[in-house]
Design a protein around this ligand. Sequence first.
Ligand SMILES: [Fe+2]
Length: 475
Amino acid sequence: MALMHQFRIEGGIVTYKSRFLKSDCYKENVENNRIVVSEFGTLAMPDPCKNFFQRFLSRFERQSKNTAYTDNASVSFVQYKGDYYVSTETNFMHKIDPQTLETKEKVDWSKFIAINGATAHPHTDPDGTTYNMGNSYNSKGASYNIIRVPPEKSGPNDTLEGATVICTIPSGDRTKPSYYHSFAISENYVVFIEQPIRIDLLKIVTGKMRGKGISDGVYWDPEKTTVFHVINKHNGKPSPIKYYATPFSTFHQINCYEENGFLIMDMCCSDDGNAINNFLIQNLRKSGEALDEVYNTICRTFPRRFVLPLIVGNNTPCELNLNTRQESTATAIKTGKNKVYCTHEDLHGDDLQEYGGLEFPQINYTKYNTHPYRYFYACGFRHLVGDSLIKTDLQDKHMKIWQQPGYYPSEPVFVPSPNAVEEDDGVILSVVITPNKDKSTFLLVLDAKDFEELGRAEVPVNIPYGFHGAFQAGI
Ligand SMILES: [Fe+2]
């Protein structure tokens, strides 16, 4: 169940509080004292107190009375029109009070636009306009939609009023659309990466009868290529050019920007898309050699850069590398009408192997998202969860590292210094947890420039491993 955490730093004092999100499925599960609403990897099972035949029959009933889809928004804090929400990937979000962590109203995307869910990673333009993506399903199959939410409220109780779908892209395989966790924006474009992690809609529909969770219908198809769709933010038109790459999976984008007719896209990539199933509870409960065995089969995630030429016409020659930027080894070759095949540049040196690759990338988002930039921050993954913090300098691909044995830091959140001029003038915040009973969980503060520790605030409680955090000044 989604548990929200808050560290409040004020006048040299740090206070901590946490609250469960009071979602409908939280309330129903508490009422029934068991899981009655299915989650991504957890199928709500019939009441174990029933006898075998009653349990067989109840497989065909809905386990939850009120909740068809989970509203357990456990992935991230997001903002629309200046208000905070917590989000997962279904059509439900919850507005929350960022001061008290109280749960406010439940918001259903499908009441505003014809979509059946939205990612937990929207992007925001400097004027507050927010973009997201969500799938829709009709008798013809699945489609991907680009969503725009206006920056201004029209009334005090406004949520997603005024949201529009600016572009709809039919899935190449209508019953097996691509799974996407996020997408990228540049100044003028939205970039959707159609990756070979697929959702088998039939398997999900029949999953309950087979006793399987939603995750059983999500699979990696290495026979499929990866396709970049570039959509004009202003008029919603998709570029006729499709950019292709070898099969890879990506969960989090680092940054994306336009420069001299090229779109530079940086993201965390893995050559295998089976990562989702590594985090099944059966694996997380393992220890020692058995856990090492799981970890050793996981394909690592590394930061990569793709350079997409935006100007490709009928007269553009085939078989030539269209990436004329000297500073990147990425390639882009026209292979046919409206088709460009891309290879990447590694955004790391060999030394990243030692830290297990990286994930949970963060940048100085407010000032540098959609702009040329130099630094990004992430977690190194020598375990099933992150065990180091990494700062990468893209100029020379050198890294700075924070790590301490037995400690597992969360996604690094960059907070700029007031009146900062330099990109990395600020601090990194990370929640560091440990399974060691003699040690404490703490909020770590690093100087973002040299990665030296500025301080830590220990809390005498266990905090579960989390996904994404947010910083807000002056609330
Ligand atoms: Fe995420």
